[in-house]
Write a protein that binds this ligand. Structure first.
Ligand SMILES: [Zn+2]
Length: 101
């Protein structure tokens, strides 16, 4: 049995490599507005993030999304993306190794 080769991408926040479909794609449209690309197929420069708050907050706070997409997020755009990230699961804990003491 051959393993299918699944496309993989790196989260720009935590640098974890995951299957492309497990990440959320953000795309910078021609007008400079960064959008969440649920289809994963929109044209434009893309960046990938884990579907968890921690990664979103980390890139939005540190302007790393701007860097990755070579754009300058407007305040409005940033708030929109923060809002999206805010609705994501806090269940990043599922992925980060719990460290019960
Ligand atoms: Zn991540």
């Amino acid at each position: 049995m051959k393993n299918k080769h699944l496309p993989q991408r790196t989260c720009i926040a935590c640098r974890q490599i995951r299957e492309k479909k497990a990440l959320i794609r953000l795309v910078c449209a021609e007008n400079g507005v960064v959008q969440v690309d649920m289809s994963g197929k929109k044209p434009g420069r893309g960046a990938y993030l884990c579907p968890n708050k921690v990664c979103w907050e980390s890139v939005l706070k540190k302007n790393r999304l701007d860097h990755a997409l070579r754009t300058k997020l407007s305040d409005h755009n940033r708030q929109m993306l923060c809002g999206y990230g805010y609705n994501l699961l806090e269940e990043s804990q599922v992925w980060t190794t719990p460290n019960p003491d």
